[in-house]
Each structure stands twice: as structure tokens, then as C-alpha cells.
Design a protein around this ligand. Structure first.
Ligand code: HEM
Length: 221
């Protein structure tokens, strides 16, 4: 009788590690922001853009901390091996990801309305943040609803959308770095274009992944 072989750790973690690599720049920027804001001299050395964060620290800190957690936990949730072999863990991490995702997306949208604009801030970027931040809130809610209804095909689709829209922060960072390398200097207008390219390519990539035929049976978590 054929015996089921255990997938290697590398095979199990290949996709999560790849996704974490995609999110590494916003995660590093988040760690940097937390360190800078915890400096006792932060108020005296802050630029006017940073002073906005120090005046209302809760929203930026919850945004960067929970945004990083969502990118890490969400990446682990995408491993089919982890999902199939450790269903209870998938469920527990799912609730943690839901809380992290809702917290970072709500605080992201909140900052658009209640923080004074960044010195390089453009209105169309704020509009994009509201559209994509609200979309994350909506798709996460639909994702948890479909899981509770045990519709795991829909649950998979909504969660891929939620992760892709969140990971667009990573795609945007790589695109802005690429534009910087090609242009030779930072250009705010080019960076803004890269923000939109990042949002749109991430949303399209999610739809392509969802539409791809899969030979796996729908899961029962
Ligand atoms: C579509 C989802 C997102 C929305 C709507 C959003 C929204 C925002 C907003 C409004 C700000 C303040 C910008 C400013 O006025 O300077 C911000 C900053 C920031 N966000 Fe997000 N964000 C999103 C995704 C993420 C994710 C997934 C991360 C990952 C950890 C992240 C990390 C950061 C960081 C590090 C900053 C601070 C940048 C700095 O230090 O100047 N964001 N975000």
C-alpha cells in the first residue's frame, strides 16, 4: 500500500517565505517607525511629517504593528500543507489575522481623514488609500463570513484578495525603489504612479490566482 509522504519543511514554507519577502520592505519600515517613535528625543528631532505621527501615535503604531503582523500571519495561512495538516492552528491564526487585518486597514483609512497631509501627499493617493483600505475591510469581512458558512471556495478567494491588497504595500515599495534606480533620484510624481501600479497589479494578480484551475478538493476546516 502506498504510504503518504510528509512534505519537506522547505516545500511547506516556500510560499509563506516568498510572500514575507514581498512584504519585507513595509515590515522593515514599520520596525523603523516604531523604533524612531520610541526614542525619548523623538519630539525634538522630528520632521514636520513625523510630528503628525507623534501628535496622534495610537493610529500609526497600530497601523504599522498590525500591518506587519497581518503580512506575516497571512503568509503562513497561504500554505496549503499547513492548512491541511494543522487545521486548528489555521483557524486560530485566521482569527488573529482577521483582527490584525481589520485593525491596520481601519487605522490606515482613519489616518487619511484625521492626519494632516504629508508634505508630499497627493489627493489621488488618499483616494486610493480609502478605496483599497476599505476594500480590505470588506473582503476580510466577506472572507470570515464564508468560512463561518463553511463555503471554503469563497473563503479562499476572499482571503487571497485581502492578502494581495495588503501586500500591495510591498509591491509598491519595490516599484518605487525600481523607479528610483532608473530615474537616478526620487520623483514624487513617479512614486505616486508606482503606488497605483502596485495597487492595480496586486488586485489583478489576486483575480488571476483565484481564476487558475486548482486540482485540490475544497477544504473542510
Ligand atoms: C491598503 C492598505 C493600506 C492603507 C490604506 C494604508 C494607509 C496608510 C496611511 C494613510 C499612512 C500615513 C501616510 C502619511 O500620511 O504619511 C500609512 C503609513 C504607513 N503604512 Fe500603511 N497603509 C496600508 C497598508 C500597509 C501595510 C500592509 C503596511 C505593512 C506593514 C503598511 C505600513 C505603513 C508604514 C510603515 C507607514 C509609515 C510610513 C512612514 O514612516 O512615514 N501600510 N499607511
Amino acid at each position: 500500500m502506498p504510504t503518504a509522504t510528509r512534505p519537506s519543511l522547505f516545500k511547506t514554507l516556500k510560499l509563506p517565505l516568498g510572500l514575507m519577502l514581498l512584504g519585507i520592505l513595509p515590515i522593515a519600515a514599520s520596525a523603523f517607525r516604531v523604533v524612531v517613535m520610541s526614542d525619548p528625543d523623538a519630539h525634538s528631532t522630528a520632521t514636520p511629517d513625523e510630528a503628525r505621527f507623534l501628535a496622534m501615535p495610537v493610529s500609526i503604531l497600530s497601523h504599522v504593528i498590525f500591518g506587519s503582523l497581518f503580512l506575516i500571519i497571512g503568509a503562513l495561512q497561504m500554505s496549503s500543507t499547513l492548512r491541511m495538516r494543522h487545521r486548528k492552528l489555521h483557524r486560530k491564526l485566521g482569527y488573529a489575522a482577521l483582527i490584525a487585518g481589520l485593525t491596520f486597514a481601519i487605522s490606515g483609512v482613519w489616518m487619511v481623514f484625521f492626519y494632516p497631509s504629508h508634505s508630499l501627499g497627493a489627493l489621488h493617493i488618499d483616494i486610493g488609500r480609502v478605496i483599497f483600505g476599505s476594500s480590505i475591510i470588506a473582503v476580510l469581512t466577506l472572507g470570515i463570513r464564508s468560512a463561518l458558512r463553511k463555503d471554503f471556495t469563497q473563503h479562499r478567494a476572499w482571503m487571497i484578495r485581502a492578502y494581495a491588497l495588503s501586500a500591495s504595500a510591498g509591491v509598491q515599495s519595490y516599484l518605487i525603489l525600481l523607479a528610483l534606480a532608473i530615474n537616478g533620484s526620487f520623483d514624487a510624481k513617479l512614486a505616486d504612479i508606482m503606488m497605483w501600479v502596485g495597487w492595480i497589479t496586486s488586485a489583478v494578480a489576486a483575480e488571476c490566482i483565484i481564476a487558475r484551475p486548482t486540482n485540490r478538493k475544497p477544504q473542510t476546516v
